[in-house]
Design a protein around this ligand. Structure first.
Ligand SMILES: Cc1cc2nc3c(=O)[nH]c(=O)nc-3n(C[C@H](O)[C@H](O)[C@H](O)COP(=O)(O)OP(=O)(O)OC[C@H]3O[C@@H](n4cnc5c(N)ncnc54)[C@H](O)[C@@H]3O)c2cc1C
Length: 381
């Protein structure tokens, strides 16, 4: 076993940290957060420097690096500013469906613009009344000549209004058996697609989020990812890979909140002494640092296993679960260390707290993650 990052990985980590410190201007971040604006300029620069789509092969415009390399960047970005960090790292949300299961033509067409920051990607699976039962969807794809006609609704779709492809997971019409799904790539300017921006939200405010109404939208067969009937397994594979990125976002959020709390504990004085000298605060700091270390170890293990082609879904779910819980607890405890000032919006700690609340829900909620872990331990008895 080797718990030490390689020299290249340390360099990536350092470069990502320096980029985030230099580019994520706190005043700009505050404005973007308040106005719910996407950080376009910072995204472009991050793409130019190769921080986005690092795991995409070179022939499709990426760096051909590993998931662990990507995790290091995600962590550093979210540590510096969770709002900007998440907006950047989720710009390619769902593109792994094309990377892992798409044809060469689809990879060639869709991945380079994502790595270059010309396009973002979206993946629409959730339906309002369907929840997390992905064995069947109400949105249907009906075979139509040399393609499909899509009808239905999707909800909570991030990047919906950014330029770039959108993958929609649908049920094959007249074939409502579990597993009979297709993942289709849509172009957002196609007739039949109405994307309505959803209102304000607790965290993750810089990313646009849309509700989709799809009516008789035509998609050519060449936009089918993989084969008919593979949609559900592709989605589950993607969500499982996504757990690693979510775990890295959460670990970064936890570390960022902790950094602020630690600095504050060293300088804030009460009763004639630094608050960091109070046993209760020292206790909290020790507890937070320990939890972050555990979250990071699990996240790195999940990423490392993925890079070794030893994908372990259970570890990925565990990494997301532990990191999400850690982010929430550490952000809350850090806010507490700031006392009343932690509650003020201009204080970065409250943003970490709001953004931490999302990680447990994105992809699939923690309860379902746990149920999938249990499936692997005990199965369905
Ligand atoms: C910030 C953000 C970004 C998102 N981005 C996207 C996106 O880009 N594309 C997309 O399609 N979706 C996206 N989603 C949707 C997300 O995947 C869902 O919100 C999530 O899967 C939960 O589904 P739901 O909202 O229908 O909740 P529900 O499934 O209705 O869950 C409600 C509650 O019931 C619990 N619950 C549900 N089922 C079970 C069960 N079987 N056992 C135990 N407890 C259960 C849940 O844990 C939760 O506490 C996003 C969500 C968020 C918050």
């Amino acid at each position: 076993m080797d718990f030490i990052l390689t020299k290249e990985q340390k360099d990536i980590q350092k470069a990502a940290g320096e980029f985030a410190q230099g580019e994520f201007d706190p005043d700009v971040a505050m404005d973007l957060e308040r106005e719910g604006q996407y950080p376009f300029e910072i995204w472009k620069r991050a793409c130019e420097l190769g921080f986005i789509g690092m795991h995409i092969p070179e022939e499709y415009g990426g760096q051909e690096l590993g998931i662990l390399d990507n995790v290091l960047v995600v962590e550093e970005f979210c540590r510096q500013n969770s709002g900007i960090g998440m907006a950047l790292v989720l710009s390619g949300f769902g593109s792994e469906m094309i990377l892992r299961f798409g044809s060469d033509d689809q990879r060639e067409k869709y991945l380079p613009p994502i790595a270059k920051g010309e396009n973002a990607s979206s993946l629409a699976y959730l339906e309002k009344n369907q929840g997390n039962d992905f064995t069947s969807f109400k949105t249907t794809a009906t075979r139509n000549g040399n393609g499909y006609l899509i009808n239905g609704n999707k909800s909570l779709v991030i990047n919906g209004s950014l330029p770039g492809p959108m993958i929609v997971v649908c049920q094959l019409a007249d074939n409502r058996k579990p597993g009979e799904q297709v993942a289709l790539i849509l172009h957002k300017d196609t007739d039949g697609l109405v994307a309505t921006e959803m209102g304000g939200r607790v965290g993750m405010r810089m990313l646009p989020m849309a509700e989709l109404t799809i009516s008789d939208l035509k998609v050519p067969r060449e936009n089918l990812i993989g084969e008919e009937g593979q949609g559900q397994s592709q989605l589950m594979n993607f969500l499982n890979e996504m757990n690693i990125e979510a775990a890295a976002m959460a670990t970064g959020i936890a570390q960022g909140a902790f950094d602020l709390a630690l600095a504050y504990a060293k300088q804030r004085e009460q009763f004639g002494q630094k608050i960091g000298s109070f046993e209760a605060i020292r206790d909290r700091l020790a507890d937070m640092d320990t939890r972050i270390e555990v979250a990071r170890l699990l996240t790195y293990k999940a990423a490392w296993s993925f890079d070794k082609n030893d994908v372990n879904p259970k570890i990925n779910y565990m990494a997301k679960m532990v990191s999400a819980e850690t982010a929430l607890k550490v952000a809350r405890d850090s806010l507490h260390i700031f006392g009343g000032y932690g509650y003020i919006v201009e204080n970065k700690i409250e943003q970490f707290y709001r953004d931490a609340s999302m990680v447990d829900i994105i992809g699939m909620p923690g309860e379902i993650d746990k149920s999938l872990i249990a499936d692997q331990i005990i199965g369905r008895i």
